[in-house]
Design a protein around this ligand. Sequence first.
Ligand code: RB5
Length: 147
Amino acid sequence: MKIAIGADHGGYSLKEIVKKHLTEQGHEVLDLGTHDTQSCHYPVFAEKVAHAVASGECERGILCCGTGIGMSIAANKVRGIRAAAVSDCFSAEFTRRHNDANVLCMGERTLGPGLALLITDIFVRTQFEGGRHQTRLDLISEMEKKF
Ligand code: RB5
């Protein structure tokens, strides 16, 4: 799978860990920065990763910041993006099965690396169930067109 990844300074170290893990698993990882721990602005990287996913260049995106929350707020501004800030395995599974989340957001300051990698694995391998859940996603798409 081709996966876009990004972070701000608060998520840089976690991004590097997730990138190494995914690369070792054979995924193609497009690293859109940031590339060090110097203070920067998370919306810049949320937009880059969201665009890579919304345009179809990458199948999924992963964003890391201090909490994962700022990244999810910013990424969800891009049409077609369903970004989920996740900090447990159940949510990682069901945001794929029910929400077809295409961007995973995680917090370096809220998650240990072990849990973050478990969440990453679940997010990458779990399929969307479709059916009644697709109807709900269609309603979200209608909202995107309205506002
Ligand atoms: C940066 O200090 C921090 O605010 C950012 O990484 C993120 O947690 C925002 O949601």
